[in-house]
Design a protein around this ligand. Structure first.
Ligand code: SAH
Ligand code: SF4
Ligand code: F3S
Length: 483
């Protein structure tokens, strides 16, 4: 029977995306979905990834699905039969880069009319982006969002055989899909989603719309995945969620929190466990207490603060005060005295005053941050902050960003200097980008370490004595005797 391909035309709606149900999310196993095998045999794919770690993890799922369909990976866009851009909508400049890239890729469609060009990820979750793609980029064959990656085989079947444009972006998340195939980028470090979505609705942020409501994976599924990764020789996992501290809040059948999950993960054989990202409001004392036990829980906490001013935090809907943030930071330093603390900061939020900004600078010094991602506020369509009155000139915002970065860079350097003449454990990632005679990896505190050593060390954890501290990295000597 002929398949009805017209089913694959669905635009998202921000109004719909705002709706949140209180029910626990159903779980579906991927096997039920895949029935379009071998479509990719003899064909090559290329995926470009623009977003956060969650976006990278989604790319790994797409790669897994495509390889199960017989596609092979290529880095060469001139020979690719399928190019997918897995996009990010967090700031306007991220989006502009993608539109520029779609324009640039048009020439390959001319050379190879069978090339399938797809746009996926967070950008298509915004209705205005879909409209712009439909209107101005008619040669894009495939548009899908973050909630329906598992449908990729069907979309490709339609695009390849039906020769039709496929547009399917769902406003509302469906089930949690377990057992999706996955082709990981790295053989020693792995991303593990513990939850999806975000219910915080910070007023500047697009993520609650692009990623849907908070849905936690079952603890057993996560533990099983981490145990399996340990068996396969993985050395490090990073637990992913937009607000990992809200993990389990959506369970209706049990009381099981992020602290419980960390406690259970402590007893696995995974040598290193990290997590991203924490939200200060939901970071509870039970989690601080588990982290204090150390072991395979790494002493690096990324705790986005966004601003040091209470009135800005309120307008951002961050739901904590400066005082609450400082209390949490103090509790963390007390529990993990040698912890490395990093953060995210937005400057130039609508009508941020010089006084507000000075409070952010004071906070940066007070918290001893050893790194920060700093951003100028970017208005995102359909978010509340996009309509806030904003009279601060862009030049002023840029000047503030520069002042902030100077201070942040001091923190990076101080954070690195404290390891001078210490021996640190480094998980060796590979060769240094700048010099292939030098190896590079990260310490437990998340510091980049460069040192000379045999390539056989790649993928292992070794001891390195630190001899020099720079702002962005540490230099050291491989200490065989200590391994
Ligand atoms: N869920 C994470 C962060 C997700 S986005 C958290 O809450 O910490 C990563 C960072 O991008 C945010 O921490 C914030 O600093 C920044 N960001 C998000 N939306 C932004 C916007 N509209 N303009 C500028 N920066 C933004
Ligand atoms: Fe965005 Fe706030 Fe959710 Fe982070 S917690 S993803 S900043 S809405
Ligand atoms: Fe970007 Fe989406 Fe991640 S907007 S930051 S790719 S959740």
């Amino acid at each position: 029977m002929a398949k009805d391909y017209s089913a694959y035309f669905t635009r998202p709606s921000a109004k719909e995306a705002r709706k949140r149900k209180t029910t626990q999310t159903p779980i579906v196993s991927f096997e039920a979905h895949i029935n379009v095998r071998h479509l990719g045999v003899g064909k090559q794919y290329l995926i470009q990834t623009y977003g956060c770690q969650g976006n990278e993890a989604d790319t790994e799922n797409m790669r897994g699905i495509l390889e199960q369909m017989g596609f092979t990976a290529t880095e060469d866009e001139t020979v690719a039969d399928l190019i997918i851009l897995n996009t990010c909508a967090i700031r306007e400049n991220a989006e502009n880069r993608v539109f520029g890239e779609i324009g640039r890729l048009k020439k390959y469609k001319k050379h190879n009319p069978d090339l399938i060009l797809g746009v996926a990820g967070c950008m298509p979750q915004d209705e205005s982006v879909v409209d712009r793609l439909l209107k101005s980029y008619p040669y894009v064959d495939l548009i899908f969002g973050t909630h329906n990656i598992h449908q990729l085989p069907y979309y490709l079947e339609t695009a390849m055989f039906g020769k039709e444009r496929v547009v399917e972006v769902l406003s509302i998340e469906g089930s949690i899909i377990e057992n999706m195939p996955k082709k990981r980028q790295n053989t020693v470090k792995a991303w593990v989603h513990i939850m999806f979505g975000c219910d915080e609705f910070c007023t500047y942020c697009i993520v609650p719309y692009t990623r849907g409501k908070e849905r936690s994976r079952q603890p057993e599924a996560i533990l099983e995945e981490v145990r399996q990764l340990a068996l396969e020789g993985y050395q490090e996992v990073t637990l992913l969620g937009q607000n990992v501290n809200a993990y389990g809040r959506d369970f209706t059948d049990k009381a099981y929190t992020f602290a419980n999950l960390l406690e259970d993960l402590r007893h696995t054989d995974m040598p290193r466990i990290r997590f991203m990202t924490s939200h200060p409001r939901d970071f509870d004392q039970a989690t601080v207490d588990v982290l204090a036990k150390g072991g395979n829980l790494m002493p690096h906490i990324h705790l986005p603060v966004q601003s040091g001013s209470n009135q800005v935090l309120k307008k951002m809907n961050r739901k904590y005060t400066l005082e609450r943030y400082l209390d949490l930071v103090d509790a963390l330093y007390e529990a993990i005295p040698d912890m490395s603390l990093t953060t995210d900061i937005i400057v130039g939020f609508p009508n941020e005053t010089e006084e507000d900004f000075a409070q952010t600078l004071a906070l940066v010094e007070r918290c001893r941050f050893e790194g920060a991602f700093t951003f100028i506020f970017s208005a995102r369509a359909n978010t509340p902050a996009a309509s806030y009155l904003d009279e601060t000139a862009m030049a002023e915002k840029k000047a503030r960003l520069q002042r902030l970065n100077t201070l942040v860079n001091d923190g990076y350097l101080k954070g690195n200097e404290r390891f001078l003449n210490h021996t640190v454990e480094v998980l060796v990632d590979g060769e240094s980008k700048h010099d292939d005679a030098v190896l590079a990896g990260y310490s437990k505190h998340g510091k980049l370490v460069n040192f000379k050593g045999p390539k056989a060390l790649i993928g292992t954890r070794v001891n390195v004595r630190i001899t020099e501290a720079k702002t962005w990295f540490l230099l050291g000597v491989y200490d065989e005797s200590l391994t």
